[in-house]
Design a protein around this ligand. Structure first.
Ligand SMILES: Cc1cc2nc3c(=O)[nH]c(=O)nc-3n(C[C@H](O)[C@H](O)[C@H](O)COP(=O)(O)OP(=O)(O)OC[C@H]3O[C@@H](n4cnc5c(N)ncnc54)[C@H](O)[C@@H]3O)c2cc1C
Length: 405
């Protein structure tokens, strides 16, 4: 069995894990990231790079390089609510360098972060390597066992950071208490081709009984059809043709290509979870990102939260990790720093789930936008409020960890 030793082993190469890997390596801390897949190409990921994340790139001096990658700038987010089109968020009001969301497939974002991290000698990422077991010694986590392309490996580490997402197996093993908050919906995730004559922007549509989002991914639309939790069976029993008709009814321009959906296998069910750990750490182990707090897709803020957790963790931990004395108290500081933005964001998401998503899916919402939402059209500066919540989050982090030359 291969044996490795490092200062910090990060499990999971999503936004949280890759950003933490980059920042720790940049500060001179040796770090090994384990990612169970062979690449970052998975279409269930969201595509949003928020103004706050772009601000971090600016602080790191890599913004221009990043923006050279193909992306779409979205300065306003709007939605069709019944008969009303409402502009709900306007990022031009934000006090950030980039006053927009950059829409970019998440695998391009992660490849970019990995390339930046590989410039530092202390960084390595093991792809196709799945962490299977925590190594526990004297009630302290001392590393992880993983299954890689060449068989089993043991990675001893001063700190293990679990950034392995909402289905974290390390969370189960760590036996930390979880608070389930719940969500009334799931998402059906599918692709439809995109034609040059289609509208360019990302579309969200809300009608009684239906919510539908479309992400522009160049030559195809990544579509999310939101259903009430557990409603898939009923939809399937009505037949695929009936489902196709539902999609065309909400987005008529898809009529000429809806036939591309030929089987339910092309329509993936993504189960929405909202929960958070009551305690994010144990001696030698810290949880961040979705592994610490699974976010609802409402507002598309999960990537932002994951990245912000990584920045806070690097700011707080780079020094004790460099000095070989990272304590439980240091790990607690990370949770203390990130609890407020996590709880505030989840509270906001739950309010939208209960007051907009649930009544919409039950078909009880009125045919147009409710009056508080209409105010956003009447008084444009109000759009700066949702823009700040979505684009910057409740406690935007800044890079405080240094670059060790
Ligand atoms: C349908 C859907 C759409 C979404 N859209 C958006 C959006 O538009 N904008 C947004 O901000 N958020 C969106 N989100 C939420 C967002 O995807 C997550 O909040 C975010 O990806 C969390 O980042 P993370 O790094 O914590 O975890 P993840 O992105 O889940 O990354 C975890 C990584 O760990 C790896 N891994 C898991 N287990 C192991 C293991 N045992 N060993 C090694 N590696 C492992 C996984 O392969 C994965 O790469 C969406 C979520 C869903 C479900």
């Amino acid at each position: 069995m291969m044996e490795l030793k490092t200062t910090c082993s990060v499990v999971g190469g999503g936004p949280a894990g890759m950003m933490l890997g980059l920042l720790l390596a940049r500060a001179g801390v040796e770090v090994i990231v384990l990612e169970k897949h062979g690449d970052f190409l998975r279409d269930f990921r969201g595509d949003t790079v928020h103004p706050s994340t772009l601000e971090l790139m600016y602080e790191l001096g890599i913004l221009d390089k990043f923006l050279a990658l193909p992306h779409q700038k979205v300065t306003q987010l709007g939605g069709q609510i019944g008969t009303d089109f409402v502009t709900m968020a306007d990022f031009s009001y934000l006090p950030t360098k980039c006053k927009y969301i950059a829409f970019m497939p998440q695998w391009d974002f992660l490849d970019f972060i990995a390339d930046q991290a590989k410039q530092y000698p202390g960084f390595s990422v093991h792809m196709n390597t799945k962490a299977t077991q925590l190594i526990e010694e004297n009630d302290c986590i001392a590393g992880v066992v993983a299954e890689g392309p060449d068989g089993e490996m043991r990675i001893k580490a001063d700190l293990v950071v679990a950034a392995d997402g909402r289905s974290s197996i390390l969370r189960e093993q760590a036996r930390l208490p979880l608070q389930e908050i719940g969500a009334p919906m799931d998402v059906l995730w599918m692709r439809l081709s995109r034609l040059p004559s289609d509208p360019p922007q990302t579309l969200g549509r809300i009608q009684p009984g239906v919510m539908f989002v479309m992400l522009n991914r160049g030559d195809y639309w990544q579509c999310g059809y939101i259903i009430a939790k557990g409603a898939l069976e009923k939809l399937q029993s009505e037949g695929l043709e009936s489902f196709q008709k539902r999609v065309v009814k909400i987005v008529p321009f898809t009529a000429d290509r809806i036939g591309e959906l030929q089987s339910w296998d092309q329509i993936k069910l993504l189960t929405v979870q909202v929960n958070r750990l009551k305690k994010w750490y144990r001696k030698g182990l810290l949880f961040i990102g979705d592994a610490a707090h699974a976010m609802s897709p409402v507002g598309g803020v999960g990537i932002n939260l994951a990245v912000q957790d990584a920045v806070a963790a690097a700011n707080i931990l780079y020094k004790p990790l460099s000095e070989g004395n990272c304590t439980e108290e240091d790990l607690k500081k990370v949770q203390d720093r990130r609890t407020f933005p996590t709880v505030a964001t989840q509270d906001f998401q739950v309010a939208v789930q209960n007051n907009v998503v649930k009544p919409t899916l039950e078909g009880t919402i009125v045919s147009g936008a409710p009056w508080p939402v209409k105010l956003l059209n009447l008084i444009p500066p109000l759009r700066g409020i949702p823009a700040a919540v979505i684009g910057n989050g409740f406690r935007p982090e800044h890079i405080r960890s240094p670059e060790k030359k």
